[in-house]
Design a protein around this ligand. Structure first.
Ligand code: SF4
Ligand code: SF4
Length: 148
């Protein structure tokens, strides 16, 4: 499991307005580092709550350079928690959305058990984030969503 096993339901991008809401319980209970990422989300949110970078086909126009808040893999290291635990936490959020929207169970996110690959990816994420943190312009880089 190299990447988060996103099933591409598109719901998080369709409801990004909720994710970014400063009135949500999730926002209020998030650590500062996550709040900073939410507050610096660089794209317009449409009136229906969807992200302006979402195509009609349900794809992200800026996927390769998407904001860190949209990159599940990097989130684990940012919060300094094991990748598997973070994936499980995110999968629960996805599956809550999927069930609430009444989508097919085929979209439910399944997390495999620990593998060596997860640890390897954690190391890779660490390297990426350390590169970003060592920069004086870390906040600027986050805002400009260029994690690499
Ligand atoms: S809600 Fe989860 S499964 Fe659906 S597109 Fe977003 S990350 Fe992927
Ligand atoms: S930037 Fe891309 S991944 Fe992030 S919410 Fe918008 S469409 Fe989704």
């Amino acid at each position: 499991m190299d990447e988060f096993p996103c099933t591409k339901c598109g719901l998080c991008c369709k409801h990004v307005g909720d994710v970014l809401s400063q009135n949500s319980i999730e926002y209020k209970t998030s650590p500062t580092v996550i709040k900073d990422l939410i507050n610096s989300f660089p794209y317009k949110v449409n009136e229906d709550g969807s992200c302006s970078m979402l195509t009609e086909e349900g794809l992200c126009k800026v996927y390769e350079n998407r904001p860190i808040i949209c990159n599940v893999r990097l989130g684990a290291k940012l919060l300094n928690i094991p990748l598997k635990d973070w994936y499980k936490d995110r999968a629960k959020g996805c599956n809550d959305l999927i069930r609430k929207a009444g989508l097919s169970n085929d979209y439910l996110v399944q997390i495999e058990e620990t593998s060596e690959k997860i640890n390897k990816i954690t190391d890779q994420s660490s390297k990426l984030l350390n590169q970003g943190k060592s920069s004086k312009n870390f906040k600027k880089r986050i805002k400009n969503h260029r994690p690499k």
